[in-house]
Write a protein that binds this ligand. Structure first.
Ligand code: ATP
Length: 322
């Protein structure tokens, strides 16, 4: 089992080592290798991500990634967009769990407003929002597959205003009917408010690229902030696991970032490679550490990133020995 590790920039360099330690603890046989992409690399070499980096990532069974800062370069192409496109990681899964809710946001990850088709003219700048039949169908099928083992599916959309969302919504409803999954469509703005007021009404949500991105940040409010939410980017051949949060330059380098989102991303990686028991242990270790009052400042505690990591590993080792 080969896992590529991309620490990336900012707090990625602080939280990913904790997540990697967690993986090493439960699967000592994993062979890790580092891949360097991002702002740091761009500063040193003028390139943020090379073709050989993409090939290295493709050679891994799974990828663990921290975060990448966008350099202030008008010609810069987002590294994350490149990776998602080139590895065809079309499904972005963002679970948000609390005491009485368990929501899975399934975000289309390769098209929509992040199609990358954009240009600037004298008096305007344009970005093309591309929704394809193929892209909608495959994310709809993916979401239905996940929703089948749960209770129902909600299609987040803005079809009352945006024509491309009529296509997306209708294909999702069609696929859900075919799969026998109870499904309703809801406008994304009302969904963003509702998810905060009535989270337990929601189960699996499928939506387009930027709506999914925003909705999961909104949902972070339900669980105590961005430092807690993991994500998985899944394609037919490749899989990449990363925290929902970015590189947070405002707190980088101070050893105060919350590593839980990264650790939970490692948990999703374990699930993906067929280690659900290890993944459950990781989640239990996170909960036990928090219950012991060890928290980073974003959760009102005073533990450093590395101190939290140490305490978490202690919990994890106890659970693994049982
Ligand atoms: P980027 O441009 O890379 O997305 P950003 O700062 O714009 O970075 P995020 O990194 O997603 O966006 O974070 C937004 C804010 O949330 C940060 O400024 C930080 O204060 C807080 N934050 C994000 N992740 C964490 C974390 N793991 N621990 C503590 N605080 C966090």
């Amino acid at each position: 089992m080969k896992v590529a590790v991309v620490e990336g920039d900012g707090i990625g360099r602080e939280v990913i080592p904790v997540a990697r330690d967690v993986l090493e603890c439960v699967r000592p046989d994993i062979e890790f290798f580092e891949v360097t992409v991002g702002y740091g690399k761009w500063e040193q070499t003028g390139t943020a991500c090379e073709e050989s980096d993409i090939n290295d990532l493709k050679s891994a069974d799974a990828i663990l990634l921290g975060a990448i800062t966008t350099p202030p370069d008008p010609d810069y192409r987002s590294v994350m967009l490149q990776i998602r496109k080139k590895l065809d990681l079309y499904a972005n899964l963002r679970p948000v769990k609390g005491e009485d809710f368990d929501i899975l946001i399934v975000r289309e990850n390769t098209e929509g407003l992040y199609s990358g088709i954009e240009w600037t003219e004298a008096d305007r700048a344009c970005t093309l929002r591309v929704i394809t039949r193929r892209g909608s169908r495959r994310i709809a099928r993916f979401a239905c597959e996940r929703a089948r083992t749960r209770s129902h599916l909600t299609v987040g959309n803005k079809a009352n205003v945006i024509k491309s969302d009529v296509l997306f919504r209708d294909i999702c409803l069609e696929e859900a009917a075919r799969a026998g999954v109870p499904c309703t469509a809801q406008y994304i703005d009302s969904l963003a408010l509702d998810i905060l007021q009535f989270p337990s009404r929601y189960d699996c949500i499928v939506t387009t690229n930027i709506f999914g991105d925003i909705l999961s940040d909104v949902a972070a409010f339900l669980v105590g902030g961005l430092g807690l939410l993991p994500s998985a980017n899944i394609g037919r051949r490749h899989a990449l696991f990363e925290p929902v949060h970015g590189s947070a330059p405002d707190i980088a380098g101070r050893n105060i970032a919350n590593p839980i989102a990264a650790v939970r991303s490692a948990g999703l990686l374990l699930d993906h490679i067929g280690e659900p028991e290890a993944a459950a242990h990781v989640e239990e270790a996170v909960r036990n550490t928090l219950a012991a009052g060890i928290k980073t400042p974003d959760l009102g505690g005073s533990a450093t990133t590395s101190a939290f990591g140490k305490a978490l590993l202690r919990e994890l080792r106890i659970l693994r020995r049982r």
